[in-house]
Design a protein around this ligand. Structure first.
Ligand code: GCU
Length: 431
C-alpha cells in the first residue's frame, strides 16, 4: 500500500515539475543556500606537484607559478598564441581638444593577421589634458561598442557582430548611431580624467564575437595551424582570446609616449572581469588588475558550487573556455586548480575583487574567499594580501595589496565601484 502510494505520487509529481517549470531547470538546480555548499578541499597553493613545499617568493616564481599557469591554460582558459609578429597600429583619429577641452582623444586601429585582409580592432583612448607628460591608464573592454561609453559623436562604431538587445535598441546584430552613449552610466569618463587617469577601451566583439560558431569568426581562425579548423582541446576559448586582445592593446601602450605603460590598470566586469583576471595572470605588464562581479570562471571558488557552476557556464557559453574545461562539469573537485590560484598568479601586483550583494549567481562569498586565500602568495613577497579573514561589512572596502568590497545592489558597475578602483590605484601608484 505504502509503496503503491509512493509510486503513484511520483508519477503524478514528476510530470508536474516538468510541466510547471519547463524553462527554469537552471534555477531549480542552482544552490543559493550556504548550508548546502558541499564540503571541499582547495588544491594546495604552496606545494609543488611533486609535493615540495614552497616557502620563498623565488621558489614560487621559479617552480609553482609556472605549474599553476600551465594548469589554467591546459584545463580552463586554453593556451593563446604568442605575440604575433605582424602587428600593425594606426592612429586613425586624434583630437587634442575633445570633450569640451577636457581630454585628448585618440582612436587607434590594431591590425592582425594577413596584411591584405586584416582583422581590425578599434581602441578608443581618452587622456587628461594636463601638463603631465605621460598618463597612467585604465584599460577595459566594453560589451556593445566604443561609442556606447560616451555620447561623443566622433567615436567610431564597430563593424563587427553586436549582440541584439531590444532594450538598448540593437536588433540586427549591428551597432547603430542611436546607441551612442547608452552605457555612459557605467563609464565615468570625466571623473577618471579629473583624477589624472586616461581611459582606453575596445569592443570585445572586435577580438572575438561572443557567440558559439565553432571559432570561425574573430581572432581564432587567424592562428590555426594548417591542419586545424578550430582550437585544440587545450587551446584558447573566447575569454583567453579577449585577454589576448587586451595584451595587444598593451603592445600599443608601450609605443605611445603619452601613456605611462608602467601604470596600466586592466579592469573588467562580469565575463570581462574573468577576462581581466586572465589578462593580469598571463601578462605581467598590467600593473594592477580589477575584477568586477566576475563570478564563476573569474574570482569565485568553483568548488563551492554556489550560484553558477562549471557545468552551467560550459553549457550556456560553450565557447568561453577551452574544450578540456568541460571534463570538469559536475566534477569541480577534480580540477587541479581553483580560482584563488588565478588571483595568486597576479602577485605581487595589486588586484581588486568586487562583488555585489544581490549578484548571488556570481557567489560573492566565493569571490571573497578566493581573494583571502590568495594572500599566502603575497605574503611570500613580504606584502599583506587581503588584510581580513572574514567577509567585511557591506559597502566597506578592505584594501591591502589585494582589495575587496561587496556593495549593495545588483550585477553591474557603479560609481561606488569606480570610486574605490580609483582610490586603490592612487594608493598603489603613489598618486
Ligand atoms: C552570465 C554568465 C556569467 C557572466 C555574465 C556576464 O550571467 O552566467 O558567468 O559573468 O553572464 O558576463 O554578464
Amino acid at each position: 500500500m505504502c509503496r503503491f502510494f509512493a509510486t503513484r505520487n511520483l508519477i503524478l509529481i514528476l510530470p508536474m515539475i516538468v510541466i510547471i517549470h519547463p524553462l527554469s531547470a537552471q534555477n531549480i538546480e542552482t544552490n543559493y543556500d550556504e548550508s548546502k555548499v558541499p564540503a571541499h578541499r582547495l588544491p594546495a597553493l604552496l606545494r609543488n606537484s611533486d609535493g615540495a613545499k614552497i616557502t620563498t617568493a623565488e621558489e614560487w616564481v621559479k617552480n609553482r607559478r609556472p605549474e599553476i599557469l600551465h594548469l589554467f591554460e591546459k584545463f580552463v582558459y586554453g593556451k593563446s598564441p604568442d605575440t604575433p609578429a605582424n602587428l600593425a597600429f594606426s592612429l586613425v583619429e586624434q583630437d587634442t581638444n575633445a570633450l569640451d577641452g577636457r581630454a585628448v582623444r585618440k582612436q587607434v586601429a590594431i591590425y592582425l593577421g594577413d596584411p591584405n585582409n586584416p582583422l581590425r580592432m578599434n581602441v578608443l583612448i581618452y587622456l587628461p589634458r594636463n601638463a603631465q607628460k605621460s598618463h597612467p591608464l585604465f584599460l577595459a573592454m566594453n560589451f556593445y561598442g566604443n561609442h556606447t561609453i560616451n555620447d561623443d559623436p566622433i567615436i567610431l562604431l564597430p563593424k563587427s557582430w553586436v549582440r541584439n538587445n531590444e532594450q538598448l535598441g540593437i536588433t540586427a546584430n549591428q551597432a547603430t548611431e542611436n546607441t551612442r552613449g547608452i552605457r555612459s552610466d557605467r563609464w565615468p569618463v570625466e571623473k577618471i580624467l579629473q583624477r589624472g587617469y586616461g581611459l582606453a577601451t575596445l569592443y570585445y566583439g572586435d577580438v572575438d564575437p561572443d557567440f558559439d560558431d565553432g571559432f570561425q569568426n574573430g581572432v581564432h581562425r587567424l592562428y590555426n595551424n594548417e591542419l586545424q579548423t578550430k582550437p585544440a582541446a587545450d587551446e584558447w576559448g573566447s575569454i583567453a582570446a579577449w585577454a589576448w586582445g587586451l595584451s595587444r592593446v598593451m603592445d600599443y601602450c608601450e609605443k605611445d609616449e603619452d601613456i605611462d605603460h608602467k601604470h596600466v590598470v586592466v579592469m573588467g566586469h562580469s565575463r570581462l572581469g574573468k577576462t581581466a583576471l586572465w589578462a593580469g595572470a598571463t601578462d605581467d605588464r598590467f600593473a594592477l588588475v580589477i575584477s568586477n562581479n566576475s563570478g564563476c570562471g573569474g574570482a569565485a571558488l568553483s568548488r563551492r558550487r554556489f550560484g553558477e557552476t562549471v557545468k552551467k557556464i560550459n553549457t550556456n557559453f560553450p565557447h568561453w573556455f577551452c574544450e578540456n574545461f568541460k571534463n570538469f562539469n559536475d566534477k569541480e573537485d577534480e580540477l587541479p586548480i581553483n580560482q584563488h590560484m588565478l588571483i595568486a598568479l597576479i602577485a605581487p601586483r595589486p588586484v581588486y575583487i568586487a562583488s555585489a550583494e544581490e549578484d548571488r549567481w556570481a557567489d560573492p562569498k566565493g569571490e571573497f574567499l578566493s581573494a583571502m586565500r590568495a594572500s599566502a602568495v603575497y605574503e611570500l613577497f613580504g606584502q599583506e594580501g587581503l588584510p581580513v579573514k572574514y567577509m567585511p561589512a557591506i559597502n566597506t572596502p578592505i584594501t591591502g595589496t589585494i582589495g575587496y568590497h561587496m556593495r549593495t545592489g545588483k550585477h553591474g558597475v557603479t560609481d561606488f565601484d569606480w570610486q574605490n578602483y580609483l582610490d586603490f590605484a592612487d594608493g598603489h601608484f603613489n598618486k
